[in-house]
Design a protein around this ligand. Structure first.
Ligand SMILES: Nc1ncnc2c1ncn2[C@@H]1O[C@H](COP(=O)(O)OP(=O)(O)OP(=O)(O)O)[C@@H](O)[C@H]1O
Length: 302
């Protein structure tokens, strides 16, 4: 049977003393996806990742990874992982560190060239880790996680502490990985816009469960899109649109014109035509597909 999900979580609950962190959480990470696991600081992302890696145990519920129930030594060999800040040996060069890692994990050292190439560190392989920037250290950790050709990568906040340039480098790398190798990626973050820039799928953790999960492009498509039009005489324009379309359109005033809420792109041309034919000048018009942040807020208005 073809495996659909690299990770499948069913009804996982976990509490620490009297703090309920995960409450019957369900999650589905499709094979081949870059799954952005979003949640505020303290939401419980690391807790779930630790459970998935077998570092702590859930109180109830179950999960499967790469088609196997729970996490076994065998499945761990197919997972590359970065949890917390990367654990690197500062006094070794990047090359020496990866070589040591290959020895410990019994992977052929011939893989080192390939992973260095993927993370663009080939030219810096002889550099001491203590002399690397944080971004280079993070890429070294990623290279290390890629040794053994994992089928699943689990990355806990991999851009934490990086400057904007370093963040973009890591994002670019993660986005690009599934085209380079057969791998599914679970990447956690507390930044909505960051996940939006690299993920194909998203799961938003809040109050112990996922409040939003799905393919990013579908979530965006199904969400409300608005048309913002910068015009003269916006009050007159709203009157005209209301006469023409009645309650079919929700039109509101904005600081520089009007906004038609929740419409399809195909509805924009007739709106423009009516406005222009009524003698209204259009200075600018923008059809805005919603950001992940907007989608999130649209779903949690109440
Ligand atoms: N071993 C522990 N003992 C007690 N409480 C814990 C333990 N580990 C985590 N917690 C608590 O569980 C909650 C979730 O923590 P977790 O680290 O999973 O969140 P997170 O979403 O990864 O946050 P961040 O983005 O800040 O890393 C927090 O309130 C944290 O204090």
């Amino acid at each position: 049977m073809v495996m659909k999900h690299a990770i499948e979580v069913s009804n996982i609950s976990k509490s620490f003393k009297n703090i309920q962190v995960l409450n019957q959480l369900n999650m589905h990470v499709p094979v081949g996806s870059v799954y952005g696991f979003l949640g505020n600081n303290g939401a419980g992302k690391s807790t779930l990742i630790r459970i998935l890696m077998g570092l702590i145990k859930q109180q109830s519920g179950e999960f499967s990874i790469l088609g196997t129930k729970g996490v076994t030594l065998h499945s761990k060999q197919k997972i590359g992982c970065i949890i917390d800040s990367p654990c690197l040996y500062a006094n070794l060069t990047i090359d020496e560190f990866l070589s040591l890692s290959c020895t410990l994990k019994q992977y052929p050292k011939t893989q080192i060239n390939r992973v260095l190439e993927i993370v663009s560190l080939t030219g810096s392989r002889s550099r001491l880790i203590s002399q690397c920037s944080l971004g280079m250290k993070q890429r070294t950790a990623l290279a290390n996680a890629l040794l053994g050709e994992p089928q699943l990568l689990i990355l806990d906040e991999p851009t934490n502490g990086l400057d904007p340039e370093g963040m973009e480098e890591i994002r670019e790398l993660i986005r690009w990985l599934p085209s380079q190798m057969i791998v599914s990626v679970l990447v956690s973050s507390h930044l909505l816009d960051e996940v939006e820039k690299m993920a194909t799928h998203v799961g938003v953790l809040k109050d112990g469960g996922l409040v939003l999960e799905g393919e990013l492009s579908k979530l965006c498509k199904n969400a409300q899109s608005d048309l913002s039009v910068c015009i003269n005489s916006p009050k007159k324009a709203i009157k005209i649109l209301n006469q023409k379309f009645g309650h079919k359109l929700e039109v509101v005033l904005t600081s520089d014109g009007l906004k038609v809420k929740n419409i399809e792109l195909t509805e924009a041309p007739p709106i423009h035509r009516i406005l222009v034919n009524s003698g209204i000048d259009i200075f600018q018009s923008r059809y805005c597909t919603p950001s992940l942040e907007t989608i999130f807020h649209q779903q949690h208005k109440d």
